[in-house]
Design a binder for this molecule. Structure first.
Ligand SMILES: [Zn+2]
Length: 260
């Protein structure tokens, strides 16, 4: 999905190789292993220079508002993938984050996706992330009634990130019954949370009150961050989700979540 997050593409390559070598066989249905954005991967960028974040185009607004000549690689790719995605029974996509985080999933709330998510080896499950829902891929799949989950596997530079992505993807195939290789899934205690606040970077000077990492607990009154004018504090206990101060002004710098 994002070219600077190669863990998903690597997991897909390894699983495809296992099928090709007959180390693994599908038990039922059809399994699609999709490298969503190979062009961005080859460039090591989140998205291609002339294109758009592939996980922010799924409302297909561009098809109405942007002349076709102005479409980038990701616009064409989203239209291509749409044909395959519409026919799926269940969907998983894999990401990594700019800062350390335990593996967590974001569910689109359809059918049994939350129950599947709790058995694939993630630590947290985020529900109802409404702010992003219409533009992200799992939001598009929600409109089609397809259960879908996006997983953040850990930090981009985590040494084990591809193994984590592969383990989560394999568990997903087992739990959904697509693969039956006799291995148990590693379900664990999964804490379910809601994202209640999206904080955008107010200025270049903005910095965090502490070097937050994913799902770090913030106590009431904790200084999330500040610049020369603004100071952002929590009014209740919450978790830091995807903290990343290294974004453009106006982009999301951190999300805050609370227990469901
Ligand atoms: Zn991503």
């Amino acid at each position: 999905m994002h070219g600077n997050e190669p863990c998903g593409a690597e997991a897909v390559r390894r699983i495809a190789r296992a099928f090709e070598n007959r180390d693994l066989a599908p038990a039922k249905g059809t399994i699609f292993l999709i490298h969503a954005n190979p062009e961005a991967t080859s460039q090591g960028r989140r998205h291609t220079p002339g294109g758009e974040d592939l996980n922010r185009v799924w409302d297909f607004e561009f098809a109405e508002t942007l002349r076709e000549e102005a479409w980038g690689y990701e616009h064409h790719r989203a239209l291509e993938l749409k044909e395959v995605l519409g026919g799926l029974d269940v969907f998983l996509d894999l990401h990594s984050a700019g800062t350390a985080t335990p593996a967590f999933g974001v569910s689109n709330g359809e059918a049994q996706i939350d129950e599947i998510a709790k058995q694939i080896g993630i630590a947290y499950l985020v529900q109802s992330w409404y702010g992003l829902a219409d533009k992200v891929i799992i939001g598009f799949l929600k409109t089609a009634g397809i259960p879908a989950l996006s997983v953040e596997c850990g930090a981009h530079d985590d040494q084990e990130i591809s193994e984590t992505a592969q383990r989560i993807a394999m568990n997903f195939l087992r739990v959904t019954g697509a693969v039956d290789d006799g291995h148990p899934t590693n379900g664990s205690d999964v804490r379910t949370v809601h994202v209640v606040e999206t904080i955008t970077k107010p200025s270049e000077e903005f910095h965090f009150g502490a070097p937050w990492t994913g799902f770090q607990r913030l106590e009431p009154g904790a200084l999330v961050g500040r610049d020369r004018i603004t100071e952002i504090r929590t009014s209740r206990a919450c978790y830091a989700v995807l903290p990343n101060a290294d974004v453009e002004v106006g982009d999301d710098v951190i999300y805050l979540a609370v227990d469901s």
